[in-house]
Design a protein around this ligand. Structure first.
Ligand code: PBG
Length: 308
């Protein structure tokens, strides 16, 4: 009877697994704060994608750790960059898997900020050029969806314009529209080697206290041409997922259950303080119940296995 009247159901088709791609071959380097996740070389990522596809998970979102970083984030928009090579290889070897790319500069800058530094602060407008070039190079490599995560003003319009000008008018933009300056990204910065070397991201990410501002950011991104929106992190912001769902009724919406949300559950479970499987399923169900259509989650594989 419970099953008959259940209002919210999880489906692996609504999961996206984040992957961290590193140069080299045969590499699976454990990310200590996010067991059992690893940084993967492209060949290992292909194996992972085959498994993901077999589990019914729709796809992956790629983050790259380049050979070298510089002030200009040049590895981010290089057609031979780590993510661009990974896209081509995955699309060739694992047909049918959806490849989303995170469009941001923080993994590629030597200082770890998401944009160009001018006079000690990130310069919004000069950063838009790097983002546009990255998005176009991802599309050229075969990405299905580009997802800008930097929170610079005007980036969706800039990326849309650049994609259209290069013949990629059909490539949708999933905007990290409501992204907060959150402590819960901590483990990710180990995984992606993207911790800022000075200061923090509060000049471009949102204040966790602001809900109205989040709705305004989403509305602006939609006006600029975003095809899908995202709220991030997920569990501390379930109220905003719900508000966004009620307000932007006909737009596909994602939520990102971020690294810190994952690591907290894994750490508690490792200590036998919490039941891993139930905590995983309850957290994912709450995110879907709040109104997310799909979830970017490090639990994609174990949750899909439980749903099988
Ligand atoms: C890039 C980016 C971050 C995350 C996704 N894209 C880190 C940040 O903004 O500092 C975090 C994802 C996670 O914690 O799992 N800007």
């Amino acid at each position: 009877m419970r099953s008959l009247v259940r209002e919210t159901r999880l489906d692996p088709a609504n999961f996206i697994l984040p992957l961290f791609i590193v140069p080299g071959e045969g590499i699976r380097k454990p990310i200590s704060s996010m067991p059992p996740h690893c940084q993967l070389s492209i060949d290992s990522a292909i194996e992972e994608c085959r498994e993901i596809k077999a589990l019914g998970i729709s796809g992956v979102i790629l983050f790259g750790l380049p050979e070298s970083k510089d002030e200009e984030a040049s590895g981010g928009y290089d057609d031979e960059g780590i993510v661009q090579r990974a896209i081509r290889a995955i699309k060739r070897e694992v047909p049918g898997i959806l490849v989303i790319t995170d469009v941001c500069n923080c993994e590629y800058t030597s200082h770890g900020h998401c944009g160009k530094i001018v006079d000690g602060d990130v310069d919004n407008d000069q950063t838009l050029d790097w983002l546009s070039r990255s998005a176009v190079s991802h599309a050229r490599a075969g990405a299905d969806i580009v997802a800008p995560s930097d929170m610079m003003d005007g980036r969706v319009a800039a990326i849309r314009g650049a994609l259209d000008a290069d013949g990629f008018s059909k490539i949708p933009i999933l905007s990290y529209a409501a992204k907060f300056a959150s402590v819960f990204y901590g483990p990710f910065r180990e995984a992606a080697d993207s911790a800022p070397q000075f200061g923090d991201r509060r000049s471009y990410q949102m204040d966790p206290a602001n809900a109205r501002e989040a709705m305004k950011e989403i509305a602006l991104d939609l006006e600029e041409g975003a095809d899908m929106i995202m709220v991030k992190p997920a569990m501390p912001y379930l109220d905003l997922i719900r508000q966004a769902r009620d307000r932007f009724t006909d737009i596909p919406m994602a939520a990102y259950q971020v690294s810190g949300e994952y690591s907290m559950i894994m750490a508690a479970a490792a200590n036998d303080w919490i039941d891993h499987d139930r905590a995983m399923m309850e957290s994912l169900t709450s995110i879907k119940r709040a109104g997310a259509d799909f979830i970017l989650t490090y639990f994609s594989k174990p949750a899909a296995k439980m749903l099988a």
